[in-house]
Design a protein around this ligand. Structure first.
Ligand SMILES: Cc1cc2nc3c(=O)[nH]c(=O)nc-3n(C[C@H](O)[C@H](O)[C@H](O)COP(=O)(O)OP(=O)(O)OC[C@H]3O[C@@H](n4cnc5c(N)ncnc54)[C@H](O)[C@@H]3O)c2cc1C
Length: 465
């Protein structure tokens, strides 16, 4: 019986996996994952995500065994490894789910050429987004640059249904494989951060919890970082432990049974899923966003050199409690609440005047859910340079943001234990007496109003120029 290869990439699950489903229809499947061989420091990757990836691969290997499959691990350049595997196994086709990032797309193009050269069928499938970027276009066939009309169109489209998991894979015996990796493979230490359990089963129970406990109250709680009010599924979507179709189908099923009061809140949750697709589409249609401002007006903005204040920002020692709490949550857990991502990102770009690309890279090194498109979109939104970004003159004030979103200081105290005994009102304005809030906690490293005025002047001057 001829075999076909399924090349696992960011789709580390057996259920509702488009390429795996189609590969299995052809008979015997050789599932392969190819480890990258970079070592040590990487400006866009770090121990949290690699550790999570290792867990995902371990659980995937077990899940594949339940389908008479065996995960083959290889290491190195994807094209070289796939060429070798084709020649070792005589496989007649390769299936893979398409990648949303320019780096992955470049490899796919080379793979298509390789398959043509070898006379092997090459099947790329759409899987990662709910709707492919070319499905959601304006009436004139152009990409959207603004989220609201994009989301209206996105919401109006029929949603693809989940696919069943394959019945059997029948991987041929005897194909050599490397052992499952640990973070040491990349020269990294096991992270100290407590990461979510990396398995398809755990991700599915996180969906179940989101549907039963989160989405109905999402609109009231999603902006409050002290609350457990968001679904915490971003790392699962990032590594494909769940598919966006399955998540959507479960949320809609929950909405049908929800009270009429809860339904609008669930609609708001669904619109967040459209943001994810929106940023995939922006990256697809405007790949220059990886290196430049989306909005040409802001190309070449003069940023300050990252000095000691950048280090303070990374460590969570700026003296702005809400900023520091967010940055410490990131270091301790590999996650940061969305509202605080916006506050910390705006602080870096509008108060410290530091290039958003440096913040983008720091987030990518630490976030377990680090997703190139969403991270870039979130950073450019906060910097005021992106698609549908906050206009440059709308600059969040970290003190008033605290009063609004963490009025009782619960989130701040959770991540900054030095401040445990401080009255929360004192997190909502700079210290009046000019003294630190607590021993060991720094004074604010700058005056927000002064830096806000400077940002306005920089942006105005740049636009004039
Ligand atoms: C500066 C900055 C950087 C960000 N970097 C990332 C990143 O690297 N990876 C990432 O997945 N998200 C990123 N986001 C978006 C958002 O913060 C996270 O998706 C969210 O906090 C994940 O938590 P959750 O799963 O509980 O989200 P929920 O609030 O429960 O939302 C459900 C899902 O919707 C999607 N989603 C929600 N909000 C957004 C958004 N604004 N943009 C895109 N998708 C969204 C995510 O897939 C999320 O898992 C970033 C936002 C900002 C402002």
């Amino acid at each position: 019986m001829p075999s076909v290869i399924h090349w696992f990439r960011r789709d580390l699950r057996i259920a509702d996996n488009t390429a795996l489903y189609h590969a299995a229809a052809g008979g015997s499947v050789i599932p392969v994952y190819i480890l990258s061989s970079w070592k040590g420091q990487h400006y866009w990757t770090g121990a949290n995500r690699q550790h999570f990836l290792c867990g995902c691969l371990e659980s995937l290997a077990k899940n594949l065994e339940t389908l008479s499959g065996r995960l083959i691990i290889r290491e190195g350049d994807a094209l070289t490894e796939l060429r070798k595997l084709l020649s070792e196994t005589g496989a007649t086709a390769i299936h893979f789910n398409r990648d949303p990032d320019p780096f992955g797309k470049a490899v796919e193009k080379e793979l298509t050429d390789l398959c043509t050269e070898l006379g092997v069928a090459c099947h790329g499938h759409d899987d990662v987004a709910m709707h492919n970027p070319s499905e959601v276009l304006t009436q004139t066939g152009n990409p959207y640059k603004v989220y609201t009309p994009y989301s209206r169109n996105w919401l109006s489209l029929e949603k693809p249904a989940p696919l069943p998991k394959p019945k059997s894979l029948n991987t041929p015996p005897g194909i050599p494989s490397l052992p499952l990796p640990t973070t040491a493979h990349w020269g990294l230490k096991t992270p100290s951060a407590e990461l979510p359990e990396p398995s398809e089963r755990a991700a599915r129970s996180r969906i179940a919890r989101a549907v039963s406990e989160i989405t109905a109250k999402y609109s009231a709680r999603r902006d409050l970082p002290a609350e457990d009010g968001t679904s915490r599924l971003s790392q699962d979507l990032r590594y494909g432990l769940i598919s966006i179709r399955t998540l959507y189908a479960k949320v809609i099923a929950g909405q049908i049974n929800a009270s009429s009061a809860a339904r609008p809140s669930i609609d708001i949750y669904i619109k967040e899923l459209a943001w994810r697709d929106f940023y995939f589409a922006i990256l697809h249609h405007f790949p220059h966003v990886l290196n430049h401002e989306f909005n040409e007006d802001w190309k070449g903005l003069p940023w300050d050199e990252p000095g000691e204040n950048f280090e303070k920002w990374k460590r969570g020692e700026t003296g702005f409690p809400i900023v520091d709490a967010g940055m410490r949550q990131l270091l301790k857990t590999g996650f940061m609440h969305n509202r605080v991502r916006m506050i910390t990102a705006m602080f870096l770009t509008k108060d410290l005047h530091i290039d958003w690309k440096l913040g983008e890279s720091h987030f990518m090194q630490h976030l377990t859910d680090g997703e190139i498109a969403s991270n870039n979109g979130g950073w450019q939104w906060s910097a005021g340079t992106g698609a549908d970004a906050a206009p440059y003159f709308r600059i969040q004030n970290p003190w008033t943001q605290t009063a609004r979103y963490d009025p009782d200081g619960i989130y701040i105290k959770r991540w900054i234990p030095e401040l445990a005994n401080i009255h929360p009102k004192r997190f909502q304005a700079p210290p009046e007496d000019g003294r630190p809030l607590a021993p060991g906690y720094p004074l604010p490293c700058l005056d927000h109003k002064t830096e806000r005025d400077r940002t306005l002047a920089i942006f105005k001057k740049h636009r004039g120029a």
